[in-house]
Write a protein that binds this ligand. Structure first.
Ligand code: Z5A
Length: 208
């Protein structure tokens, strides 16, 4: 049996992951739990460099397979350098996105074959699986309005078409439907306080 836990928060752009993850952090710290807050792409010095390449709006020519392999390369380092050691030490790892994002964005939205995604993902994660993936579900139009209201400009992925973002949303809902033991969907069009209550409820069930 695992000593620690891994909880993933995922979903479309602007669905509120960053905001909700801060609330999870405060909640778990108040319970005195040892935490590792992390994100994908990123989470390690190598992963953060790969993130810059992936999200830079200066390289719109990046092809789908390159994109897939870069997300996987960052994940391979993340799992081995950060996630597995933390879980072995009994900590709770909370990640902003993980392998569910690759299935949604690179398969359902980008159109790469699912068997290729699974092959590459399985090399990256080497049999590891999060305890739960919480999907914050939101209409991409609302998500993009939320992201745009921050006034920071859009990254390479955020500049994709609405159709791409709708397909990614569908991909998350399909994954959750197909694996209810490992996915929970939370409606993030609800007021933030209610979204946080729903998420904390799931977190408490996992770490109990
Ligand atoms: N990607 C991929 O393709 N394949 C992969 O394998 C992985 C990722 C791992 C980077 O993700 C991109 O990489 C992402 C998927 C892809 N892009 N796409 N497309 P990211 O996580 O860094 O970027 P993001 O999804 O665009 O995250 P974000 O912009 O930081 O959004 P967020 O964290 O979900 O939302 P937020 O910052 O918490 O909230 C946005 C605003 O909404 C903010 O002002 C909040 O105060 C507000 N908010 C939040 N919740 C609410 C509620 N409930 N009501 C009203 N307002 C709210």
């Amino acid at each position: 049996m695992r000593k620690g836990h891994m909880i993933v928060c995922d979903g479309g752009n602007g669905a509120g992951k960053t905001t909700v993850l801060k609330a999870i952090e405060v909640h778990l710290q108040a319970k005195g739990r040892e935490l590792v807050m992390t994100r994908e792409p990123g989470g390690t010095p190598i992963g953060e460099k790969v993130r810059e390449i992936l999200l830079s709006p200066d390289t719109p020519e990046m092809c789908g397979v390159t994109e897939l392999m870069l997300f996987a390369a960052a994940r391979a380092q993340h799992v081995r350098e950060r996630i597995l050691p933390a879980i072995a030490a009994g900590k709770i790892v909370v990640s902003d996105r993980f392998d569910s994002a690759t299935v949604s964005f690179q398969h359902y939205a980008r159109g790469l074959p699912l068997d290729l995604i699974h092959k590459i993902n399985s090399i990256a994660i080497d049999g590891f699986k999060p305890d739960i993936t919480i999907i914050l579900d939101l209409d991409p139009i609302v998500g993009l309005q939320r992201v745009s209201s921050r006034g920071e400009g859009l990254d390479r992925m955020e500049q994709e078409s609405m159709d791409f973002l709708h397909k990614a949303r569908h991909g998350y809902l399909e994954q959750a439907k197909n694996d209810p033991a490992h996915f929970v969907v939370i409606d993030s069009s609800q007021p933030l306080e209610k979204v946080i209550i729903d998420v904390i409820h799931v977190v408490d069930r996992i770490i109990a």
